[in-house]
Design a protein around this ligand. Structure first.
Ligand code: ATP
Length: 745
């Protein structure tokens, strides 16, 4: 069986239809099996508007009323005249064995679709077995009582109240409390459905509010953790943002510079190669000249001397050239430092320094002593100054000293070369005089040598230039590597064509600033993020739940308010008419007098029913004390105010048993006249009535039969006469109730 759940919305049309009776019998059939004295399956058809049940005492008539109450959801054993669920199951007699379960099926007409199911008939069933398991079903689908009750309330069926009046309850309206009377009236007006919905909504609201408190407490516990996490996360996000920007800037900056150096090197390569090949061919010529000169050379001593000087000169030139290169390297370094002061410190050193600064400042923040704070701050200022000047000064001084030393050595070597050249010239001059040819040759040789010297100078200048660029390039690679990047990447980077020297400077200062910001943010320990994230997820989940619950609570509050308003308004609208009708039926039954219903606060109820004089109290919205209690109507009870003809009776407590029944019947018929229910079940309600009143009762039953279906248990002849279908219930020797249908003509 699939559990039945009600999801349909209220259909005003069919509700009204059901409410007015509209000539259609709602109750089609009642089937009892194993219920109390009905051991076997017993079927009651209700094809008429007034169905009577008659039979001797103890035959089982009231058990039928119990069955109706039970199938409609009654839970109290007392109301079912039993003790626990088991007492509802046929207990067995000496002649008839007990049964294992009791079942009652109530078959209702659904042609007007008063139930939100697509069937012409609706079967409400309840079953209990000896294990105590009790279950409801609607058209054979299991349904929970809490789902069934609102459905029944929609068509104004309930197990209690004045619609099912049990044996000995004929004075029920009079004997009930003001609050219970109000509930009876509400049931007739179809407001019980809204009461059920309201109390369900209130229960849901209560549990929502409890859950809201619980979730709020959990959220409060999580909040500090989540705040810390969010702060860390913001820092991490900021850090990543900066890192991304920094990488882009570094790529642009370094690739631009790197490609610039590569371009410059390319430009030098061709002229240098040209000069070198020119020098090589010149060198050949010099060697040739020297060869011919050697053959002409007569004076061996002089030749040896020239040769010796030349060797020395060459060595000096070579040494000078080497020193010159060294000098250039140092000069390039000095130049680089001047050009790029931002690289005085490597990024790592810079970060280390900033971290030490931060730690120092944090420690100062913990101090209270102003003098101490001042002295520590001074120390920090000193540290900052020395940090930025120290390295610059130290490295500059070292490099400057080196440069001076090398320049000195180069100059010494230059002087040495000059001196040797002069010496060579002098020795050569002596031989020139003696040999013109020799002189000419020496002249040509010297010319060539001078040319070679000039070429050497040019070549050296270019080599120097090349080395300078190479050093710069290497320095750039070192810097790049110090950022933790692969040099290979730098080589492969494509330079940004839109950059120029101006924008490059801006890039450099932006990079500096970003590095400073990164250091200020500091390192973030990402290993704690997993735990934090868990808390944050939970926080978000709980927040969403809280929002849902708050929304649900707000909706429930609105629903409760709407239901309240509806109950209040509907009640107010009909109350005066019911009270007037009550007066009318009261007068009919008592042959005069006056009666009315009054709304009053529970504490006044008793007093008014005993004391208030009918003439003093205004009808309608007034209370027994003549006050208007706005917005509290639902708490107001219903008091009865009456004035019997020819008697000085002012309170219901003074009435006789029969009179109490008459007042209750007046209320019952007043309610039927204003809002006829689909059916009424009355068990010997006419018992206390005298003949005349019993006749009047049966007349009223006939009068209302076109609006409401009546199921009446009676011993009274005039009531029997009012019925269209009559069932006789008997109990044989076997202790089992039997039913025979007595059609009346
Ligand atoms: P009266 O006219 O006197 O009110 P009644 O016809 O309404 O009588 P009921 O009260 O319906 O009679 O029936 C009472 C009978 O039902 C009793 O004989 C009682 O023993 C029998 N009865 C009640 N419960 C069970 C049960 N669980 N098993 C067997 N019989 C039961």
């Amino acid at each position: 069986m699939t559990p039945f759940t009600f999801e349909g919305e209220e259909d005003e049309r069919s509700l009204k239809h059901a409410a007015k009776g509209a000539g259609v019998n709602l109750l089609n059939r009642l089937e009892l099996q194993g219920f109390k004295s009905f051991a076997g399956k017993t079927v009651f058809e209700f094809p008429a508007k007034v169905v009577g049940v008659v039979g001797p005492n103890g035959s089982g008539k009231s058990n039928i009323i119990d069955a109706i109450r039970w199938v409609l959801g009654e839970r109290e054993a007392k109301q079912l005249r039993g003790e626990g669920l088991e007492s509802l199951i046929f207990a067995g007699t000496p002649k008839k064995a007990a049964v294992g379960f009791a079942r009652v099926d109530m078959i209702l007409d659904n042609k007007n679709k008063v139930f939100p199911v697509d069937a012409e008939e609706v079967v409400i069933s309840r079953r209990v077995d000896r294990s105590g398991t009790s279950e409801f079903s609607l058209n054979e689908s299991e349904i929970k009582l809490k789902d069934l009750l609102p459905l029944l309330a929609r068509i104004r069926l309930g197990a209690r109240g004045i619609m099912i009046v049990g044996q000995g309850q004929s004075d029920i309206f009079v004997m009930s409390s003001p609050k219970e009377r109000r509930e009876m009236i509400e049931e007739f007006l179809g407001l019980r459905e809204f009461r059920i919905k309201k109390s369900q909504a209130e229960r849901r609201l209560d549990s929502s509010l409890i859950n809201i408190d619980k979730i709020k407490a959990m959220l409060e516990e999580l909040a500090p953790q989540v705040r810390v996490f969010q702060k860390q996360k913001t820092r991490l996000e900021k850090r990543s943002e900066i890192e991304v920007e920094l990488t882009t800037l570094e790529n642009s900056y370094y690739s631009f510079k790197y490609s610039g150096f590569s371009e410059e090197l390319k430009k030098i390569a061709a002229p240098l190669a040209e000069l070198q090949s020119e020098r090589n061919s010149l060198e050949e010529k010099v060697k040739e000249e020297e060869k011919t000169l050697n053959t002409l050379y007569k004076n061996d001593d002089e030749y040896a001397r020239v040769k010796e000087i030349r060797v020395k000169a060459n060595a000096a030139i070579e040494a000078e050239s080497l020193k010159q290169r060294e000098l250039s390297r140092v000069e390039t370094k000095i130049e680089i430092q001047k050009e790029a002061p931002q690289y005085i410190h490597k990024p790592a050193e810079f970060e280390e320094f900033i971290v030490s600064l931060r730690t120092g400042i944090e420690k100062i923040l913990e101090l209270d002593n102003l003098a101490e704070i001042k002295s520590r701050l001074k120390a920090i200022v000193g540290n900052v100054q020395s940090f930025f000047s120290k390295k610059e000064a130290k490295e500059d001084v070292d490099l400057e000293k080196e440069r001076e030393r090398l320049a000195q050595e180069v100059s010494v070597l230059k002087t040495e070369v000059e001196k040797l050249r002069r010496e060579e010239d002098e020795v050569s001059k002596k031989t020139r005089d003696t040999n013109i040819e020799f002189r000419e040759k020496v002249g040509r040789l010297n010319e060539k040598k001078n040319e070679r010297y000039a070429l050497d100078r040019q070549i050296q200048a270019l080599i120097l230039q090349r080395e300078t660029i190479e050093i710069k390039k290497e320095e750039l690679e070192r810097e790049w590597a110090s950022l933790g990047k692969a040099v290979e990447d730098l080589r492969n980077l494509k330079p940004d064509a839109n950059l120029d020297e101006g924008t490059l400077r801006q890039l450099a200062s932006r990079m500096m600033r970003l590095r400073g910001e990164l250091t200020a943010i500091g390192e973030i320990d990402q290993s704690v993020f997993g735990e934090f994230e868990e808390s944050e997820k939970r926080f978000e989940f709980l927040s969403a739940q809280l929002a849902d619950l708050e929304k649900a609570s707000a909706d429930l509050k609105i629903l409760i308010k709407d239901l309240d308003a509806r109950i209040k308004n509907d009640f107010k609208t009909s109350f005066k008419a019911i009270s007037d009708a009550f007066n009318e039926y009261f007068r009919l039954m008592f042959g005069g007098g006056k009666a009315r219903l009054i709304l009053e606060e529970p504490s006044f109820a008793k007093a008014s029913e005993g004391e208030t004089d009918i003439a003093d109290v205004a009808f309608g919205a007034g209370t027994a004390k003549g006050e208007t209690i706005e917005g509290k109507e639902e708490e107001l009870g219903v008091a009865i105010d009456l004035n019997l003809p020819r008697k000085k009776i002012t309170g219901v407590s003074m009435l006789s048993g029969g009179e109490k029944t008459l007042v209750s019947l007046a209320a019952l018929f007043a309610l039927i006249s204003i809002s006829p229910p689909p059916f009424l079940v009355l068990d010997e309600i006419d018992a206390p009535l005298d003949e005349e009143n019993a006749r009047r009762f049966s007349e009223l039953i006939k009068q209302f039969a076109d609006k409401t279906q009546f199921i009446i248990v009676t011993h009274n002849r005039s009531t029997m006469e009012a019925t269209e279908v009559l069932y006789g219930v008997t109990m044989g020797e076997d202790g089992v109730s039997k039913v025979l249908s007595l059609k009346l003509e």
